[in-house]
Write a protein that binds this ligand. Structure first.
Ligand SMILES: Cc1cc2nc3c(=O)[nH]c(=O)nc-3n(C[C@H](O)[C@H](O)[C@H](O)COP(=O)(O)OP(=O)(O)OC[C@H]3O[C@@H](n4cnc5c(N)ncnc54)[C@H](O)[C@@H]3O)c2cc1C
Length: 296
């Protein structure tokens, strides 16, 4: 049973520009134009915006950065929907993805299935506000028990230890809860697999159906902290909306940390679409994301 402390964000897909198609369009309309950006998502959003007023012939100074800055300033957010990324997020909890999938527009998730995938190898995500406690408990476990993993402990016993600090006790309490749920899942998955095998004799379940039968019921005891992975396809406008809402100080710290990590990745992908966000430090050591163009 492993504890995860921070999410990982992998950008696995980005747009390419079909330069031949764009040149053909410009030539058919008797204009020559090229963007000063080398980022396809930025060129495509600028092209989409320029289509609205056919403003390719005499662009204002400032290039792509100024153009997209103006789009954000006047709130023409739909133009930003023409930029798209594919991102894989790992090391996040099921409670985080429950919040993430509330973003219904411009965000398409494909998430690890607990019905098909065996969670007996699951890892658990430490809530940022319990990190100190969990780290203190792990140090204490190591000091008193050596190199054993925490699922090997009799946790009732550990909670009776003398001289536990409040922090250590709280951390142990959390670890105990994860460990118990984990063991309950393993036991129930095993029990339900046996049950599926008996059922199989009567109704000829396929192997996949048997596994699904066992795991879909056993997963009911897994905690919100269970680690999950999600593939997101997200457009620039939806990403900005997500960064504003989930990068806010009012968001849960775990999703705020993820929003910051997504921002770090997308700012590298497209400085002109995301560079207006700034990271402002919060007292808990995390960052809040702020932009003057929140509504875009
Ligand atoms: C700090 C915080 C606390 C929260 N607490 C709770 C909570 O306690 N309980 C809870 O249930 N949720 C909670 N949420 C989730 C929140 O209510 C939203 O569901 C979530 O943030 C997604 O936002 P959204 O609907 O704007 O995004 P999207 O679903 O991506 O929608 C984007 C935009 O499209 C438009 N839109 C989308 N769907 C429609 C529609 N059907 N009709 C008209 N316009 C539409 C809206 O303008 C919307 O802002 C919380 C969110 C935050 C950030």
């Amino acid at each position: 049973m492993k504890i995860i402390y921070s999410p990982s964000v992998y950008v696995v897909g980005r747009q390419t520009l079909a330069e031949d198609g764009l040149s053909e369009f410009l030539s058919d309309h008797g204009v020559t134009w090229s963007s000063d950006s080398e980022v396809p998502a930025e060129v495509l959003t600028e092209t989409a915006g320029r289509i609205c007023y056919l403003s390719f012939a005499a662009p204002r100074p400032g290039g792509n950065a100024a153009y997209l800055g103006h789009i954000k300033e006047v709130g023409h957010g739909s133009v930003l929907e023409h930029s798209v990324w594919n991102i894989i997020v790992t090391g996040v909890s099921r409670s985080l993805t429950h919040e993430l999938v509330r973003h219904r527009v411009g965000v398409s998730p494909s998430q690890l299935s607990q019905r098909y995938v065996d969670e007996s190898v699951a890892e658990y995500v430490c809530p940022p506000d319990l990190r100190e406690e969990i780290e203190a408990a792990k140090v204490r476990l190591k000091e008193d028990w050596g190199e054993k993993e925490c699922y090997e402990f009799e946790f009732n016993e550990t909670l009776d230890w003398p001289n536990l600090t409040d922090k250590e006790r709280a951390g142990l309490w959390w670890l105990r809860s994860m460990s118990r749920s984990h063991q309950d899942y393993v036991y129930l998955a095993h029990y339900l697999t046996e049950k599926a095998n008996k059922k199989n004799a009567e109704s000829k379940l396929t192997k996949t159906e048997s596994r699904k039968f066992a795991r879909q019921a056993a997963r009911s005891v897994l905690p919100n902290a269970t680690e999950t992975k999600v593939f997101l396809t997200i457009n620039g406008r939806a990403a900005r909306h997500l960064l504003s809402l989930r990068g806010s100080r009012h968001a849960d710290p775990e999703i705020r940390i993820l929003a910051t990590a997504i921002f770090d990745a997308l700012r590298l992908e497209s400085p002109n679409l995301f560079g207006d966000f700034v990271k402002e430090p919060l007292p808990d050591g995390t960052f809040e994301l702020k932009t003057p163009y929140e509504k875009c």
